[in-house]
Design a protein around this ligand. Structure first.
Ligand code: PLP
Length: 429
């Protein structure tokens, strides 16, 4: 594969953009090497500026669940653009979006649109603090909720990838208000609530962790958190920025049958445009300005073009059997990865939850942060490059979930597994 044009662009980029990228994990820092620059994307494929084609399991980090450049999404955006790009006054698409989200995720009785997942989680904890009159929030080691100050404590995603799970620049006074416990540890949560229950405004969790590889909740764990929060007067926030409309049509809360007080969204609801949202119980959401006193606003929030893209995508994911088909694809893919690894003598286990999956270089089943970080990261990095050379783009970090789209058909999966058979042999050498 040739990479001259990407290399030249990366060299220009590093002179002007920190690390050459506008979001850290894109830089390939933990896997080594340099990123390719994308010219266009279509279906399950990315095409780079040097004419290389990659089967894509990153999916723009989650939004592209119907594949890239889906004609229905593209046409909806083209139609919206014909009417102008931004109004700064309400439009009908915002109402349709609110109706769609509240119908698909019934715990959201009301919803507010924002422009990113980060804004959604920031706004949700402000609401939790304002509504409870408490200051402390509880998060889980390895979970990532965007780059708001309160969340950059033992965070996952790029922070875990770069080995800086707690960021400089966050005032100690603020990070002290974030307590961090271990995901899937029942007793750890119980003990924390026994110690400081009356101080806790909210527990925020990725119900399926997708920012420390892919970690499903243990049976009853989310219910345990629900009960603790209810008993101690704290709010339960599900950060469904990644899992929303992906692990099931109604998100992780539908899949596991646990109802949070507030939910945050992003990625899929924007259809590839910069969108986030938070929603939840009516009595809580009514406290947001201008209905109530807790302030939150946005110049471009509810943008008509972004709403059109998101609504088109949400239409597509409602097609009967959509999530079952993606789950079947994830199973075929992960079974195939395991088989390829076994044939090459490489220890590998996988997790799959709906249209998300994770690869773990270990013999053990992994469902904790400690388990994920104990895997052979060097082996993952070798696999990453061996797959890339064979035209398959996995997330450039051992700590990111992989994403399936409806464009990943049988032929794409078989081509991926053909690459995997060679790549695992290369990892073993
Ligand atoms: N929450 C979760 C679970 C995420 O995975 C992410 C981003 O990956 C965010 C929040 C932040 O979203 P954004 O990058 O749109 O700010």
């Amino acid at each position: 594969m040739k990479h001259e044009t990407s290399q030249a662009l990366f060299s220009r980029a590093t002179a002007l953009i920190p690390g050459g990228v506008n979001s850290p994990v894109r830089a390939f820092k933990s896997v080594g090497g340099e990123p390719f620059f994308v010219e266009r994307a279509d279906g399950a494929f990315l095409y780079d500026v040097d004419g290389n084609r990659y089967i894509d399991y990153v999916g723009s980090w989650g939004p592209m669940i119907v594949g890239h450049n889906h004609p229905r999404v593209r046409e909806a955006v083209a139609d919206a653009i014909g009417n102008g790009l931004s109004y700064g006054a309400p439009c009908a698409a915002e109402v349709t979006m609110a109706e769609t989200i509240t119908r698909l995720v019934p715990s959201c009785e009301m919803v507010r649109m924002v422009n990113s997942g980060t804004e959604a989680t920031l706004s949700a904890i402000r609401l939790a603090r304002g509504a409870t009159g408490r200051q402390r929030i509880v998060k889980f080691e390895g979970c990532y909720h965007g780059h708001g100050d309160s969340f950059l404590v033992k965070a996952g995603s790029g922070m875990l990838t770069l080995g800086v799970p707690t960021s400089p620049g966050v005032p100690a006074g603020l990070s002290e208000l974030t307590s961090t416990i271990s995901y899937n540890d029942f007793d750890g949560a119980t003990q924390l609530f026994e110690q400081i229950g009356p101080e806790i405004a909210a527990v925020i969790i990725e119900p399926v962790v997708g920012n420390a590889n892919c970690l499903p909740p243990r049976e009853g764990y989310l219910r345990h958190l629900r009960e603790l929060c209810t008993r101690h007067g704290a709010l339960l926030i599900f950060d469904e920025v990644m899992t929303g409309f992906r692990v099931a049509l109604g998100g992780a809360q539908a899949r596991y049958g646990v109802t949070p007080d507030l939910t945050t969204f992003g990625k899929i609801i924007g259809g590839g445009m910069p969108v986030g949202a938070y929603g939840g119980r009516r009595d809580l959401m009514q406290q947001i300005a201008p209905a109530g006193p807790i302030y939150q606003a946005g110049t471009l929030s509810g943008n008509p073009v972004a709403m059109a893209a998101g609504l088109a995508m949400l239409e597509l994911v409602q097609e009967p059997g959509f999530h079952d088909r993606l789950e079947a694809t994830a199973n075929t893919l992960c079974d195939g990865f395991e088989e390829a690894a076994r044939a090459a003598g490489v220890p590998l286990t996988t997790n799959r939850v709906g249209a998300m999956f994770g690869l773990f270089f270990t013999d053990a089943k992994v469902d904790t942060y400690a388990g994920a970080t104990a895997c052979d990261i060097g082996a993952f990095n070798r696999l990453f490059h061996a797959m890339l050379e064979r035209g398959v783009f996995l997330a450039p970090s051992a700590y990111e979930a992989g994403f399936i789209s409806s464009a990943h058909d049988d032929a794409v999966v078989e081509a991926t597994l053909e690459a995997a058979r060679g790549a695992f042999r290369a990892v073993a050498d």
